[in-house]
Write a protein that binds this ligand. Structure first.
Ligand SMILES: C[S@@+](CC[C@H](N)C(=O)[O-])C[C@H]1O[C@@H](n2cnc3c(N)ncnc32)[C@H](O)[C@@H]1O
Length: 218
């Protein structure tokens, strides 16, 4: 049964961090690596899309405890954990969908998203990435760590299976449902370029998990 996205993560809170770090290949490397790609200055303004309980943020706070972070997540229970973990940090947490929450213009030095965007299509991502780009200051950048389909066939298989499940379960509303539909890295890069980012590069990868950097030069 497909579950609504927020409810899916709300109900899997117990053992969530341990699961992420022990069951996902190379997680103990890509979380600190992602944090190390964020601005290397104290007090940078960071936007985290799908921050969850803040695994990537924990590694960043270790390097830059003065970071000023806005985190957006559909799961209010994940956000409660994050808030309670870091009562002394500058954290603004918004419970809602990053497709709907306004980000502002030219306000962040960097944006980050880890293991969240593999639920969405290229068509859904382009307007979101445009919104992320607008929210970055000139010279800002977006660090995206996620897992990807290794071929177009694999990408299409995930998408068609998701659509079939929705049809079988009579789901026709516009709510977000949890199902993994990772794009290929090439399609993700295309979405970022279509959104207006000037330069998109692969910084590192571990099997199917990649860290991409999308830069807004001006
Ligand atoms: C696998 S967790 C990753 C959380 C965190 N970034 C990490 O790596 O531990 C995916 C998160 O994305 C959030 N999410 C998925 N779609 C979202 C959306 N449209 N808007 C906001 N959050 C979303 C989920 O609620 C969940 O907390």
């Amino acid at each position: 049964m497909l579950e609504k996205m927020g409810e899916f993560f709300d109900s899997r809170l117990e053992g969530y961090e341990e699961h992420q770090l022990s069951c996902i290949d190379s997680a103990k490397e890509f979380y600190p690596f992602t944090a190390s790609c964020l601005p290397q200055t104290s007090g940078a303004h960071i936007l985290d899309l799908g921050c969850g309980t803040g695994l990537e943020l924990g590694y960043y706070f270790k390097i830059f405890p003065e970071a000023i972070v806005t985190g957006i997540d559909l799961s209010s229970r994940m956000l409660d954990v994050l808030r309670n973990k870091y009562p002394d940090k500058s954290l603004t947490l918004v419970a809602g969908s990053y497709f709907e929450v306004p980000f502002g213009e030219c306000v962040f030095d960097a944006a980050v998203s880890v293991e969240s965007l593999h639920h969405f299509s290229k068509e859904e991502k382009v307007p979101l990435f445009k919104k992320v780009r607008r929210a970055l200051k000139p010279g800002g950048f977006f660090i995206l760590t996620d897992y990807f389909s290794l071929s177009e066939e694999e990408e299409q298989l995930h998408r068609s299976k998701f659509l079939r499940l929705k049809q079988e379960q009579g789901i026709s509303d516009v709510e977000l449902y949890h199902y993994d539909t990772p794009l290929t890295v090439d399609h993700e890069k295309e979405a970022l370029l279509l959104a207006g980012f000037d330069l998109v590069t692969v910084l590192k990868h571990w099997g199917a998990t990649y860290t991409l950097k999308a830069a807004k030069l001006h």
